[in-house]
Design a protein around this ligand. Structure first.
Ligand code: LLP
Length: 439
């Protein structure tokens, strides 16, 4: 089984004391040591999936794995993934700064995004990032100007919308034609003409697409590669330029609950490789360098969030709510996308008394519900609740709503635990506040 097909980190077990254990660490001890709410990342699961990706694509001679930083950008995670041979897809100055902080080789960075600022493009060029995926005409002109002012020739890809619809949440679908991202296929020729005739400080190496996130289908990847290679063939015939790099984006789904059935990494890799082989043969093209940008599938399963249960409320003739010490500010996905999660009580329970409850967050909004109608073992005040599969797009989309402090993050492995993000402090919460003298 591929790691993205697991709900829990691969090192998860119930130990001899009857407590949940991850990375050889007793979760009740972790809670005592670091307090809750707490993000926990299992290093074994993280390195495991990174290695699965590497192995699954090893059939291709030229492939670059770029972790999509937006899923979780924390310096220690960047360091681990860089050690595992990953580069990074970044989309902001902040992500760029963080990967630099982790000493990642800047050649292994692709800078994406539909509205990069002048400052960010300057920063990217000063850092020497390997590729910039240019999204639109304005950026082409701007980037060329900046590259010229620095006397640099910057390697770029063009982000395209391949016109492929995949069946995922509307907000995380990006490859269909009515999308804010990238050049429409009808605009590519104009972009290429501008690059060859005017933008002499840009070197176009290939095309980039991303069709969506939390994808369970495989045919969409086959089709996506087909569309990209067909364009490369058309460009070759029309302009005599053979682009040699393709970036297929990310998107592979994970198993939040037993309702989710994502394909394995190997299955998706085989579909992508087959499509490259078939279409290169069909169009008589050299095999391109492949870039892929998985985000969610790399970090989701390795991560869990640990909460302490507080108050509860039994609605007369209705639901029973149990409230935890976190919620929509540390994991906005349930309230934003209706995302579903699985959880279990982490501490030993003498008896098995299953009870159907709804897990509510602590934030001042009725929509702050983490899990609707889940069966937990006799949840009581003071119990620890472990919510699984929160490694992706939880911390990275977290906020300080209600001025609640962001949780810490701990890395566990081989019975060792280390802080990788400190818990926020009240001082940090107000550090950017300014009270002008005149008031
Ligand atoms: N490459 C590009 C250009 C992307 O836009 C994305 C995600 C990825 C790669 C990584 O996709 P992944 O492998 O993680 O599916 N906040 C949403 C997900 C937004 C994804 C945006 N782009 C969520 O929590 O579900």
């Amino acid at each position: 089984m591929s790691i993205n097909q697991n709900i829990k980190p691969i090192s998860t077990k119930i130990n001899e004391r009857g407590n949940l254990e991850i990375g050889g660490c007793d979760i009740t001890e972790i809670a005592n040591k670091y307090s809750t709410p707490l993000y926990i990342m299992d290093e074994q699961t993280l390195r495991g999936i990174a290695r699965e990706y590497k192995k699954a694509f090893s059939r291709l001679e030229n492939v670059n794995m770029m972790f999509a930083s937006k899923a979780l950008m924390v310096s220690a995670i960047a360091k681990i993934l860089s050690e595992e041979g990953f580069g990074f897809d970044v989309v902001s100055g902040g992500e760029l700064y963080t990967v630099k902080n982790a000493n990642v080789n800047m050649k292994n960075i692709t800078f994406n995004g539909n509205n990069k600022t002048t400052d960010e493009l300057n920063m990217a060029l000063d850092y020497g990032v390997g590729r910039i995926s240019v999204d639109n005409f304005l950026e082409l002109a701007l980037l060329n100007e900046i590259a010229k002012s620095k006397n640099i020739t910057q390697k770029i890809l063009l982000r395209i919308t391949p016109g492929i619809e995949c069946h995922t949440h509307e907000y995380i679908q990006t490859g269909h034609l009515d999308s804010k991202f990238g050049f429409d296929l009808t605009q590519i020729d104009e972009a290429i003409e501008l690059i060859s005739d005017e933008y002499k400080n840009l070197e176009l190496t290939g095309l980039h697409a991303h069709i969506g996130s939390q994808i369970f289908e495989t045919q969409v990847y086959y089709d996506e590669i087909g569309v990209i290679l067909k364009e490369i063939k058309r460009i070759k015939d029309k302009f005599g330029i053979e682009l040699y790099e393709i970036n297929a984006g990310g998107g592979l789904g994970v198993t939040y609950t037993t309702d989710d059935c994502p394909p394995s990494v190997e299955t998706v890799a085989n579909v992508i490789i087959d499509s490259i082989e078939k279409h290169c043969e069909k169009y008589n093209l050299k095999k391109p360098v492949l870039y892929i940008e998985p985000g969610r599938s790399i970090v989701a399963t390795a991560g869990v969030t640990l909460y302490t249960i507080g108050s509860s409320k039994q609605v007369p003739n209705g639901r029973k709510y149990i409230a935890v010490d976190g919620g929509m500010a540390d994991n906005p996905r349930p309230s934003m996308y209706g995302a579903k999660y699985f959880a279990q009580i982490a501490n030993y329970k003498e008896e098995n008394i299953p009870e159907k409850v709804t897990v509510a967050g602590r934030f001042c909004e009725s929509g702050d519900i983490l899990i609707k109608d889940i069966e937990l073992n006799n949840p009581q005040e003071g119990d620890l609740l472990c919510v699984f599969n929160t490694g992706a797009y939880g911390y990275s989309m977290s906020s300080n709503y209600n001025c609640v402090l962001k949780p810490a993050m701990v890395l566990v492995n081989s019975s060792q635990s280390d802080i990788i993000v400190e818990r926020q402090t009240y001082e940090q919460l107000v550090q950017n506040d300014v009270i002008p003298d005149r008031i």
